[in-house]
Design a protein around this ligand. Structure first.
Ligand SMILES: C[S@@+](CC[C@H](N)C(=O)[O-])C[C@H]1O[C@@H](n2cnc3c(N)ncnc32)[C@H](O)[C@@H]1O
Length: 286
């Protein structure tokens, strides 16, 4: 099948060749390593691949393809380049404020809560949620699953250790999110890092999971997946939203954050809006 973006008649010959090479590279990555980037936003993938080959001083995308087919280490590096892991604690504090004000009260009626953070990166978002749940008296009856397709960030997330240099910003985010306690009570500082309290990690399970190629992870009452769908094209977003829908029990919550939406998707009719800005939804029926 020839992809329409490759056929674009406005493209000059070099760009056309580059697009063909990129298509073949993504196919090769999928066939050799099982990671499927073929439906990620093409502009994003192209930017990152060109950045990578410039850094490695490779002449073109085809030479990268050859290199990564024979050298697993090369693929591991490319994966770091393609998975944007930027995150922070209480990122977008308004989101957590809304969870506190509009969702926590409803969760209190549940005897047991399961939450899935899909695309959790190095875990800052997961520890933020654990703090919020603790303050709302919910943590002890919650199981948090946190997944990402990048093994390196999953390993780092498990360690509960973050650079000290960001802690001022995280403390400010925490306060803006409605946090009333002393943030420093949740961690122990060393020279260059902070280590979060064991009482926060006890109900967390970290695992590798690929939203594009893996199936339902678990049946849960809340899914948080912010700043992940933005890297996918519309067709893939729709597919992943259906996976979320399959994983969510009726009455459960889906939190996507202010950059994403379900409005275009197949699942939209089943969901009520809880917060239109922070894109928090409640699944109203099967
Ligand atoms: C920008 S980070 C967002 C982290 C966090 N959710 C936040 O909002 O701060 C995006 C994460 O999505 C992960 N990701 C990208 N594609 C994925 C996929 N197919 N399956 C699982 N995780 C994926 C990346 O590895 C990265 O850690």
């Amino acid at each position: 099948m020839i992809v329409t973006s490759i056929q674009n008649p406005d493209l000059d010959d070099d760009s056309l060749v580059e697009n063909v090479e990129l298509e073949l590279l993504l196919q090769a990555v999928y066939l050799k390593y099982g990671y499927d980037f073929r439906e990620y936003s093409r502009a994003h993938i192209k930017r990152r691949v060109l950045h990578y080959i410039a850094n490695k001083r490779l002449p073109n995308i085809s030479s990268l393809q050859h290199e990564l087919l024979i050298e697993k280490k090369c693929f591991d590096e490319l994966l770091q380049e393609l998975s944007i892991n930027v995150t922070e604690m209480f990122r977008g504090p308004g989101f957590y404020k809304s969870i506190r004000e509009k969702v926590a009260g409803l969760l209190k009626t549940y005897p047991y809560i399961k939450i899935w953070h899909a695309g959790c990166s190095t875990g800052e978002e997961v520890y933020s949620m654990a703090i919020l749940l603790k303050e709302e008296g919910l943590y002890d009856r919650t199981q948090i699953y946190a997944t990402d397709f990048n093994p390196r960030v999953v390993k780092s997330a498990r360690e509960a250790t973050f650079p000290l240099k960001y802690i001022k910003e995280y403390t400010s985010n925490y306060q803006k999110s409605g946090g009333q306690e002393s943030f420093s009570d949740y961690y122990r500082a060393t020279n260059s890092s902070v280590i979060f309290d064991r009482s926060l990690t006890k109900n967390m399970v970290f695992a590798e999971h690929n939203l594009v190629t893996d199936r339902v992870f678990a049946e849960v009452n809340m899914i948080i997946s912010r700043n992940v769908l933005i890297y996918f094209n519309r067709h893939l977003q729709n597919k992943v939203l259906s996976l979320f829908d399959e994983s969510l029990s009726t009455g459960g919550f889906l939190g996507l954050g202010n950059k994403e939406t379900i409005s275009f998707s197949d699942i939209a009719p089943k969901y009520k809006i809880i917060d239109a800005r922070e894109k928090i939804y409640k699944k109203s029926h099967e």
